[in-house]
Design a protein around this ligand. Structure first.
Ligand SMILES: [Zn+2]
Length: 309
């Protein structure tokens, strides 16, 4: 399955390159139907060849000079014709959807950001998770207490600064309806606007993905875990509402949080559980990652700081 995704993405890049190549070719064809452009273009080809030859073999200075003058004149004629046709020099060479990797998916051997995006999107194919609409701080219409305002302002700043931030894992603790998910979605929406890979999923949805992957036969396993780790920002909503599957739920959530912290990704967990209940349910190691790690922070919403209008 992971290999299927790779070949799918390779094909997408090949299609993009072909699309851009065809566009450039079509532009050239159109330009060649213009007599002035076409004659300049043809002679330019010849002159360029003669010039290269003269510069490398003959060495006749006057001849080189003559060819260069002619070449400049032809280039000018060509540019003028192009301009008259409503085109520019760049329209004749293939453009790139992604300038960073020139639509190859790789920059100096490392996966480009656009590759990561394609890969994550495909890993969630059919789940709808990557298309989920997110809020932004412009949507904020919650009435808050003083402390609530402070938390929202701090998190707004966090989203603005992301990924240049120290805290990588937030756990929002508090009862239903106190604005945890609302705030988490706004942070995610703000970060997504920067073009970073951002996802919001409920713990129940993730748990189902984990189970499906865990029980899939070898060769049919998806790389959903890799994709979840690769997301720049992930909201795990309502941790604790999911069913506990033996050997799956606790293990996968621990691996996910652990790997994301190690790779310095941004995560927000929202939960109605208390810290003690989290320790009980997910174990000491998980508890320690989210509450004692230097890059983790816990925010308590449990004194009902937020009320709807
Ligand atoms: Zn790229």
């Amino acid at each position: 399955m992971a290999n299927d995704i790779l070949s799918l993405i390779e094909r997408e890049y090949a299609d993009i390159r072909e699309k851009n190549l065809n566009k450039a070719r079509a532009n050239l064809d159109a330009a060649m139907r213009d007599d002035e452009f076409a004659s300049a273009q043809r002679e330019l080809k010849e002159i360029s060849f003669l010039l290269a030859k003269a510069e490398s073999y003959d060495g006749d200075e006057n001849e080189v000079k003559r060819l260069k003058t002619r070449k400049n004149a032809l280039s000018e004629q060509r540019s003028k014709a192009l301009l008259r046709l409503g085109m520019n020099e760049v329209d004749l060479s293939p453009s790139f959807d992604c300038a960073a990797c020139r639509d190859t998916g790789f920059v100096s051997g490392k996966p480009c950001e656009c590759f990561k995006k394609k890969w994550v999107a495909h890993a969630f194919d059919g789940s709808g998770l990557d298309e989920r609409p997110l809020l932004t701080f412009a949507n904020d219409d919650l009435k808050k207490t003083e402390r609530g305002e402070k938390i929202y302002a701090a998190m707004k700043k966090y989203a603005e600064n992301f990924p240049r931030v120290n805290t990588r894992n937030f756990t929002f603790i508090g009862p239903v309806g106190c604005g945890k998910t609302y705030l988490a979605s706004m942070i995610a929406g703000e970060i997504k606007k920067k073009g970073l890979i951002t996802m919001l999923a409920t713990a129940t949805e993730l748990n189902q993905l984990f189970l499906k992957n865990h029980t899939a036969r070898y060769g049919e396993k998806t790389d959903v875990m890799g994709a979840l780790i690769a997301c720049d920002f992930l909201v795990i909503d309502d941790l604790g509402a999911e069913v506990n599957y033996n050997n799956v739920t606790v293990e996968y959530f621990f691996a996910l949080i652990s790997e994301r912290l190690a790779k310095r990704r941004g995560t927000v967990i929202t939960t109605n559980l208390t810290l003690d209940e989290i320790a009980d349910r997910y174990g000491e190691r998980f508890f320690s990652r989210i509450s004692k790690n230097k890059n983790s922070a816990v925010i308590h919403f449990d004194d009902m700081n937020y009320r709807n209008n």
